[in-house]
Structures are given as C-alpha cells and as structure tokens.
Design a binder for this molecule. Structure first.
Ligand code: ZN
Ligand code: ZN
Length: 244
C-alpha cells in the first residue's frame, strides 16, 4: 500500500505482525516527472507487493536509482528481483568501499555527508547518528525535506494506526512502542553516550529543514512532532527510564 507523504514522495508500506502489534516494513519512492528514486529495496516477504506498488506508481517503468539505507539483509534482498523486473538500475549501497563483500557487486557507494544528486535530485547521504549496523546511511532529500533514517526512529504501531503519520495519530506515537523497538532491535543503546547523541540530534535538526523523519520501521514523524519525538527517543534510550 502507498500514500503520498509530501509532493512526489510516496510512502510504500507493509505491516509485519509482531506480538499483537505491527512493525512497518517501508520503502519510499520519489518521483519527479519520469525520474524515480526508490529508497530501500524492502524485505523478500513483501516482494510482490512492493513490485506491484512501484509498477503502479511508475507506470511500469520501475526506479532509475535504488538508494539503500542498509547494505545488509533483509534491506537488500530484493535488489536482484528488481533487476529481473526492470533491468539494470543504479544501486547506491551504504557501506565502506567494498559493496561486493556485502553481496552487491554492481552497487556504487557515495561519500557520506557530501551533497550528491540522484536522478538529478539533490541529496545528502548522512553518516547515521544511530543505527544497528555500520553499513548503513541516512539520506536527506533537499527538495522535499524528508530525512530517511534507516533503523533509527523506528517503533511498533497498533493495527488501527497502520497508514497514519504521527500528526494523524491521536495522542501521538505511544512511548511503549518506541521503548520496545529499541529494546528488541537496537539493544546496545544502553552503551551509547546519550549526551553526545542528544547534541548531534539537536545540531542536525537545526541545520536541516526536515518536513518528515521517515524511518524504515515506523510511522513517518511530521515536522511539528519531531522535537517531542526526539525527546521520547532520548528517554527510551535512557537505561534509567526502563521500568523493570
Ligand atoms: Zn531493518
Ligand atoms: Zn500496521
């Protein structure tokens, strides 16, 4: 299923049932005229759904560029299927200098924290401030102001909130869904330097004009909710706040 988040940026989502709640498995499609960029390739569980949504949104043309937020499974596992479906695409990996070691022999790597263009659209691939693996990147789309954040800023959601943004959820994103996500997916966060991380978040959101924080495993967070949401994430990352 897909919906347009802001002009030309489509949120493609599938929901993974997880212990009574759902976990988003999302990709984002940016379409400018006939130029199309797909952020992440998604999980093979949802391969058919993703391919059919991308076909619907691109009149069968598929993406020109696949921009990966992770160079690990399951975020990469549809890349070969995409090539079968749409022919060769430009695949941008998120890794050091050797995408072949993570099974992406034809992928390119772009330097982080430097402006680049994908399909003529200005982007900055960002060294992730918070992530599960080092072969990961965030990406900021300068045209729409959407910040794609890979594994960071994820959370679970309830079945009645599947397609909503943070601004549409009554009472916002529940704290326990944020807490549980970090506990399950990024358990090492107890060892982070929270002060440094908090400062880095503050600086990033001061520099960038972000319209949406778009995680792969969570509801897109609208501009007006970002400050509160970052506070909630910082609280979730605080081992003292975990009630036993
Ligand atoms: Zn993931
Ligand atoms: Zn759902």
């Amino acid at each position: 299923m897909a919906r347009e988040l802001v002009d030309d940026v489509h949120w493609i989502r599938n929901c993974h049932p997880d212990d009574g709640r759902h976990l988003h498995m999302s990709e984002y499609l940016l379409r400018d005229g006939t130029d199309t960029i797909l952020v992440d390739s998604g999980s093979s569980h949802y391969r058919e759904e993703i391919i059919s949504e991308v076909n619907r949104l691109t009149d069968g043309g598929g993406p020109d560029v696949v921009l990966l937020t992770h160079s690990t499974l399951p975020h990469t596992e549809n890349v070969p299927a995409f090539e079968d479906e749409w022919g060769e695409t430009e695949t941008i990996a998120a890794t050091g200098r050797f995408p072949e070691v993570v099974g992406l022999p034809d992928a390119e790597v772009r330097q982080l924290n430097q402006p680049v263009e994908f399909a003529g659209r200005p982007f900055t691939c960002i060294h992730p401030l918070l992530t599960d693996v080092t072969v990961s990147q965030w990406a900021y789309d300068h045209e729409s102001g959407v910040l794609f954040t890979a594994e960071a800023f994820g959370h679970y959601h309830d079945a009645e909130n599947c397609g909503q943004t943070s601004a549409e959820m009554e009472g916002g994103i529940p704290m326990e869904h944020i807490d549980d996500f970090y506990m399950d997916k990024l358990p090492f966060v107890d060892f982070l330097d929270r002060e440094k991380l908090g400062d880095a978040f503050e600086m990033l959101f001061d520099i960038l004009d972000v319209t949406y924080v778009a995680p792969i495993h969570g509801t897109p967070v609208a501009a007006e909710d970002i400050d509160d949401y970052v506070d909630d994430v910082m609280q979730a990352l605080d081992p003292q706040s975990v009630d036993s």
